[in-house]
Design a protein around this ligand. Structure first.
Ligand SMILES: O=C(O)CCC(=O)C(=O)O
Length: 304
């Protein structure tokens, strides 16, 4: 497996970052965030999950109570919902080094979605978590040039199943959805690294990515969060949350009084949720997109 290219020394150089994003489809920053804040977020999430029997406080996996196998199941798990609503965890995308960096790429009207995903991934067993499947985030949300930030909440060596990306995959046809086969990934040129506290992996919504298997005996904790420019309409459900009785921006009631909280831009327009059922054509301001049509029944790409 190739090692992710570190762009930390170019964090203040948006032209270089845009050029790298256009070629590789991702940007990786070693040590971008203050470690103490990330450690606090991880410790808080772990303690809350532990209180519900997900893992003990030493981070070891508790076999007795498997918990949710992936983020979708976790939404229905009170322990995970509580951990994902805690301030230290939510604060990470609002930290200046990350927020300014994303804005230098997407523009000053860029914002992070109010809902952040807490991934608590158990050692690999019979049930494979969603994140292990090769996918592109565009397919779920249909927002041009949406970026995802992936933040390890603990040191995540490859053995613990960090995230891997396929550099350059944003320029071609999306692969069929399948579980990442690590041996095959070697040959195909996938890239990952041994992640440390403070690292951030940022990738484009057309970039294929997947988690490596967790072959350790610890619960692997990370956060992923999505970003877009307010120039593009946003899917309503990612701003207001999945519930039918919507009463304003998700998380606002819980976190709106935090000094770091920023509401989504007032100018933001919305795209109907049923866009998922229709035809869409992707485009990017960073690179020419292989003509990509997304229909309800799947995705077709054509080289122009
Ligand atoms: O962290 C994981 O296991 C998967 C993350 C992922 O697929 C994503 O952020 O889109």
């Amino acid at each position: 497996m190739r090692t992710l290219t570190d762009s930390a020394t170019h964090a203040d150089d948006p032209d270089t970052l845009r050029a790298r994003l256009a070629v590789d489809g991702y940007l990786y920053f070693r040590g971008l965030l203050p470690p103490d804040v990330v450690v606090a977020a991880g410790a808080e999430a772990r303690a809350m999950l532990a209180a519900r029997g997900w893992a003990d406080t030493e981070e070891r996996h508790s076999g007795a109570t498997p918990g949710a196998v992936d983020a979708r199941e976790a939404v229905g798990d009170p322990a995970d919902r509580r951990a994902a609503g805690w301030p230290e965890f939510n604060r990470l995308p609002y930290l200046r080094p990350l927020r300014s960096l994303v804005r230098s790429l997407l523009g000053e009207d860029a914002f992070s979605y109010p809902l952040k995903v807490l991934r608590a991934v158990h050692p690999e067993g019979d049930r494979i978590p969603q994140g292990r499947y090769v996918h592109q985030d565009y397919m779920g949300l249909v927002v041009d040039d949406m970026l995802t930030s992936w933040i390890p909440l603990m040191p995540i060596p490859r053995q613990l199943g960090g995230l891997a990306v396929l550099p350059g995959s944003h320029l071609g046809a999306p692969p069929p959805v399948h579980v990442l086969d690590v041996d095959r990934a070697e040959a195909e040129g996938w890239a990952s690294t041994d992640f440390s506290i403070g690292d951030v992996l940022l990738f484009h919504c057309l970039t294929s990515h997947a988690a490596l298997p967790n072959l350790g005996d610890q619960l692997r904790l990370s956060q992923d969060c999505r970003w877009q420019s307010a120039h593009h309409p946003a899917p309503e459900r990612v701003i207001y949350g999945p519930r039918a009785e919507r009463d304003g921006e998700a998380m606002h009631r819980l976190l709106g009084s935090q000094p770091w909280w920023e509401p989504v831009p007032a100018t933001l327009r919305f795209q109907p949720d049923d866009l998922r059922d229709g035809r869409t054509v992707a485009s990017s301001r960073f690179f020419p997109v292989a003509y990509l049509e997304r229909w309800a029944e799947g995705v077709r790409t054509h080289r122009l």
